[in-house]
Write a protein that binds this ligand. Structure first.
Ligand SMILES: [Zn+2]
Ligand SMILES: [Zn+2]
Length: 277
């Protein structure tokens, strides 16, 4: 069976966590064989990719789900890396229209020069997507401060599907696009009882999980109030309510999907959790 690894290089979200770096804001790296894709390279993505031994020169695609700096900040340097120092037109830049063209006072957040460094620019809007090395990426609806925001579903042959909601608020049907994924990554900025318009709280996560019925859930993109409440406690609550294994991401954590789902790190002493799902 083939193997997909998800490296949580950053797990922070929102303005204050980004500014304070209470958690890193470096996004998520997908690794499948020789294929590497980075989702939402916020501030720190360049530094922590290199620290993790994941050279951005190996990227085949960069995905930016919307035009907020905790998601796009290091995108341009990643494109310089992906194009091997701007010497070769290489790779895919897949991003919301706000990131690529600017929209409603936001963006563009990747210059036309940097867009010209890649082989293919894919504007992402719900229903659109692209393929890379057998992986199929599909953009899904999100409702957020940047109206062009998209979530992402990835279908991986021999592994199954994973989903990443990006920043969104709950709306009925949000979970439908992520139906039966093996792993659902939820951007839960807020804990229980502290809703914030245009973002997901843990109460919203519960509703999305009810609709999507994923095999396993990872919470990430934590704001200050979520960090205060304790992401581990919030994940344990979701697991108890739904019976779905739920994990609070940590900076440097890695999740491998093959026959099982294996959660490890950030350090050796954190041990390993193996989920049969
Ligand atoms: Zn965000
Ligand atoms: Zn945002």
């Amino acid at each position: 069976m083939s193997n997909l690894s998800l490296h949580f290089l950053g797990t922070g979200g929102g303005r204050f966590v980004m500014i304070n770096q209470s958690r890193r804001t470096a996004g998520i790296r997908l690794v499948h064989g020789s294929e590497q894709v980075h989702i939402d390279p916020g501030p720190g993505a360049l530094v922590f990719s290199n620290w993790a031994g994941l050279s951005p020169q190996r990227l085949g695609a960069v995905i930016v789900t919307h035009c907020h700096p905790d998601h796009y900040c290091d995108a341009e340097v990643f494109l310089e890396a992906m194009s091997h120092g701007a010497t070769r037109r290489r790779g895919v830049l897949a991003a919301s229209r706000s990131v690529l063209y600017g929209e409603g006072g936001l963006g563009p957040s990747v210059s036309s020069y940097h867009q010209s460094l890649v082989e293919r620019v894919v504007p992402l809007s719900p229903g659109g997507g692209f393929e890379l090395g057998g992986l199929r990426f599909q953009a899904l609806e999100a409702r957020h401060g940047d109206p062009q925001t998209v979530g992402v579903r990835v279908d991986i042959p021999g592994v199954g599907s994973i989903g990443y909601t990006s920043d969104t608020e709950y709306f009925p049907g949000l979970g439908e696009g992520y139906k039966a994924v093996r792993l659902l990554v939820l951007c839960t900025m807020r804990p229980r009882g502290m809703p914030l318009p245009l973002h997901l709280s843990v109460d919203d996560a519960l509703r999305v999980m009810g609709e999507a019925g994923p095999s396993c859930v990872v919470l990430t993109h934590f704001g200050m109030s979520m960090l205060k409440a304790g992401p581990d406690k919030e994940a344990a609550y979701l697991e108890e309510e739904t019976g779905i294994p739920s994990i609070a991401a940590r900076d440097g954590m890695k999740i491998d999907l093959s026959e099982f789902i294996e959660v490890s790190g950030p350090t050796k002493k954190d041990g390993k959790r193996v989920i049969e799902a």
